[in-house]
Design a protein around this ligand. Sequence first.
Ligand SMILES: [Zn+2]
Length: 368
Amino acid sequence: MATANRMIQKGSTGPDVKVLQGLLNQKVPLPKLPQSKKLVEDGIFGAKTDAATRTFQQMKGLKVDGIVGPKTWGALGTGSGVTPPPPPPPPPAGKPTFEQSKPKDGFDSTVNPPWQMVPMSGQKTVILKNATNLTVVSRNPGVATVEDVPKCFVHGGRELIIKGKTKGATFIDVKNGPTTVASLEVAVKTKKTIRASFHLVEDNAGHKTTRTTGSIDAWVKTMNDILLPQANVAVTKQRAISVKINKDLGAVVRFSSHLPGVAASEHEWDLVTAKGDASADFNVFFVWEYEQDINPNHDDTDAGTLGKNCIFEDHAGTNVGDTLTHELGHTLGCGDLYGAADKPLLMYGITDQRGQLVLKTHANIMNP
Ligand SMILES: [Zn+2]
């Protein structure tokens, strides 16, 4: 993670302190936080943040010194991924501005210029404000065209239809005479189809997932609701079956069986994922409980994804469809985001603060 590498301690201030406070609020049980209250996420590393940091270090068996360096950041789970750029400041009143016509429709306002995904042979609508008498043109009509919705002055602006012609990127420019006064980046994407197979896992000692095949269609629908409009990625269910592992996997299915010195016969990740569908792009294995760090007694992981395999536990929050889509994002190459909980982002690494918004960077990784 890009922002989380600075060493910080009591007295530090800044956005990474805010990230730290958010993570401590997630990772340290409430009763162990100072006065049993969530930390104020204000970016100021004071006495309470120091106390919570020390508690966390103690929980993780780290040196208890209140200094957040690489080891503590790593234990907080900020080992990979990217941090989105802060949103650009709002434009001054009267400046032509592009806005989304509806949420979660492939519009990213956190980048400058803003960005819109448009499906090839399909179209998207965007709003253009403060541009009543200005000209709107596509820099490359071979990639995407733009036209006004006739008669339309909606939401205090113009409504534009952008049609995708060929795969590629271009810009929609707003011109005042010869001068470009605003732009929208457009990515025209072909549809990428992901074949997903789902497996309800049980072992030979009676451990089994409580999930049932009857829920899976609704989760696949959620995946499509999120990814089709934002990245032109479609998910199809290839199969949903029960699989039995001929071994007692215990109370927790462990990724940490890959630690040095653990015999191959104990590699629980491999035993489970061997039951996957070789022809699928994304194999999901629902298990009762899953852990991937060194301490299997501390439930800090809901699911793990490596390549096209995802092991997904029963205690993975209520928005299962969102989290499955997040895990598919990992299979497609996206890292986790932290420190952006003010935006409801799909790739946010913490389950109960996750949303469905796909940023430009992630749409371009999922479906280049
Ligand atoms: Zn993740």
